[in-house]
Design a protein around this ligand. Structure first.
Ligand SMILES: O=C(CO)COP(=O)(O)O
Length: 252
């Protein structure tokens, strides 16, 4: 279905790990050891780390971004960080609707869509996360439920489709060591792609669909080699440089 496959994106979601002072040295070491790769690399760090990444990744070709943002543009929203603030730092990506935010912070599809719109409005690329819980998969409803979540999370997200990334992260595969098979990932990525074509027409071919959930050096190539999978959103294996380098070497 994809006319020309967009380049693979290896998106590293550090979650709430590392200290700000560790981010710069990590970024420098990554650049020193970065193998020749076709893949685009993006580090998605806590907000406190981003200024360090902005300075230490400058000009490197490695992108960086945030793990969440406010749906609001500015004003009396104590503790929030706006899309414009992230964009001003040089961030390129921002995750919206990670399952950890949906479950622990009660984020709805509407909230996720509002955040994705805010991101696109400030020229950030939202990485919109969707994915089913274990009981939904066991009931055989994973495709229906994930596509409903996808449509809700893209409500009025009307910016340039090439500036949009979707991440399919089955909740049961996150941090559990239990990876979806490449066939599972492709089944859902294909269903997501079909829905994206319904929503965005031909331009949907440019939207990258990532898989996330226990991705590591020994499975990244097979998963990212699936026709409708355009990269990975990686948690645990993104924290140690050797496993990041291992994933990049595997991707080639
Ligand atoms: O949630 C994830 C990335 O956003 C996946 O985490 P793990 O790679 O640790 O399973």
């Amino acid at each position: 279905m994809t006319a020309s496959k967009p380049p693979i994106l290896l998106a590293l979601n550090w979650k709430m790990n590392k200290l700000p002072s560790e981010a710069g040295p990590w970024a420098k070491a990554l650049q020193e050891e970065l193998p020749a790769t076709q893949a685009e690399v993006a580090v998605l760090a806590p907000a406190t780390h981003l200024a360090f990444l902005a300075s230490d990744l400058y000009g490197s070709g490695v992108a960086f971004g945030a793990q969440d943002l406010s749906a609001h543009a500015s004003g009396a929203y104590t503790g929030e960080i706006s899309a414009a603030m992230l964009s001003d730092l040089g961030a390129r990506y921002v995750i919206t609707g990670h399952s950890e935010r949906r479950t622990m912070h009660g984020e709805s599809d509407d909230t996720v869509a509002a955040k994705a719109r805010a991101a696109q409005g400030a020229r950030l690329v939202p990485i919109v996360c969707v994915g089913e819980a274990l009981e939904i998969r066991e009931a055989g409803r994973h495709i229906d439920v994930t596509l409903t979540q996808l449509r809700g999370s893209l409500n009025r997200v009307d910016g340039d489709p090439s500036q949009l990334v979707i991440a399919y992260e089955p909740v049961w595969a996150i941090g559990t060591g239990r990876t979806a098979t490449a066939a599972d990932a492709e089944e859902m990525a294909g269903a997501i792609r079909k829905t994206l074509h319904e929503l965005y027409g031909e331009a949907a071919s440019a939207i990258r669909v990532l898989y996330g959930g226990s991705v590591k050096p020994d499975n990244v190539r097979e998963i990212c080699g699936q026709p409708n999978v355009n990269g990975a959103l990686v948690g645990g294996a993104s924290l140690e440089l050797p496993s990041v380098l291992g994933m990049l070497a595997a991707l080639g």
